[in-house]
Design a protein around this ligand. Structure first.
Ligand code: R5P
Length: 294
């Protein structure tokens, strides 16, 4: 097995290689003066399983392009299987044509990957209108959830927290983690007017006064979703407000925006490398890749 990366998830890639006793061989990726991509493997791939570890952030567009070039080149060089480990899989939120003429990006992304790789392993992909990855992928898929590692972290670091999911879909993380921790939880009802304008309501009331409130979501992008939930907890007199995201994209000043709304601490898993990474998903990926070594 050869483990490589296109540059976004090198820490996880190296750690997986070490634990699997597999060779880590970085790709050389650069561009020609005109901007055309240049990609080169630096090891022999004949009859090897090639694992490309690459989160789709930063630069989701280039990541997709790099992965396709890397996968096609691996096959061309005689690799027997190409596995993509994408701790964060982008383009999943555009899962329908919301307005006439729009691209259904998730389907296009999956179609491109279906053609170039043999298997995809990913963590908490944004499955909203799709029931499973099988709705868009024809290749072998493995969806892993970070719930267990997040729950362990919460158990270790918080005494008596309460958990809020900032929108309906977040029950998959908020409720499951609250159950494992053994604490109270609620999920809010969110209305999205645009990518940057949302509002939310607390339907099932939860008392935040003097409590350690944890808001958990799969993705923190602009931070608006978390900020709206934080405002509610702050209004009720929460003692502290921690935001936990599986995938911290943090665009357009997300962290400052959340802090302004009362968030006291922001934590993420290392699905996307960032200084807020406190929760390690490597053991979950390791377990899955060990099956490929048998
Ligand atoms: C979408 O429904 C996701 O689960 C997140 O709630 C959303 O992507 C967060 O985006 P933002 O941080 O821009 O509000």
């Amino acid at each position: 097995m050869i483990i490589t990366s296109c540059g976004n998830s090198t820490k996880i890639a190296k750690s997986l290689a070490k634990k699997l006793k597999a060779k880590y061989s970085p790709l050389t990726i650069s561009s020609f003066p005109d901007g055309d991509i240049y990609l080169k493997y630096n090891t022999n791939l004949k009859n090897k399983k090639v694992v490309i570890v690459q989160s789709f952030q930063p630069h989701s567009d280039m990541s997709l392009f790099d992965i396709i070039f890397a996968a096609e080149t691996a096959k061309d060089m005689g690799a027997k299987k190409v596995i993509l480990v994408a701790p964060y899989l982008a383009y999943m939120r555009q899962d329908k044509r919301f307005n006439p003429g729009e691209a259904i990006s998730s389907r296009i992304m999956a179609k491109l990957l279906n053609n170039s790789i043999d298997k995809i392993i990913t963590i908490d992909p944004h499955l909203h209108r799709y029931k499973s990855l099988k709705d868009i992928f024809t290749i072998s898929t493995k969806k892993i959830t970070a719930n267990s590692v997040i729950a362990n972290y919460v158990k270790k670091k918080f005494k008596k927290p309460i958990i809020i999911g900032p929108d309906w879909e977040s029950y998959q993380w908020a409720e499951v983690i609250a159950k494992s921790v053994g604490c109270e939880s609620t999920v809010l009802e969110k209305t999205r007017f645009s990518s940057r304008k949302i509002s939310s309501k607390m339907i099932k009331h939860i008392d935040c006064k003097h409590k350690e409130v944890i808001i958990i979501d799969d993705i923190i992008s602009t931070g608006h979703t978390i900020a709206e939930a934080a405002k509610k907890a702050r209004k009720q007199g929460a003692k502290s407000i921690t935001a936990i995201g599986v995938h911290g994209l943090f665009v357009e000043g997300a962290i400052k925006k959340m802090q302004k709304s009362g968030v006291t601490q922001v934590l993420t898993t290392n699905c996307i490398e960032h200084k807020t990474n406190k929760i390690d998903v490597t053991p979950l990926l390791l377990e899955e890749l060990k099956k490929e070594k048998r």
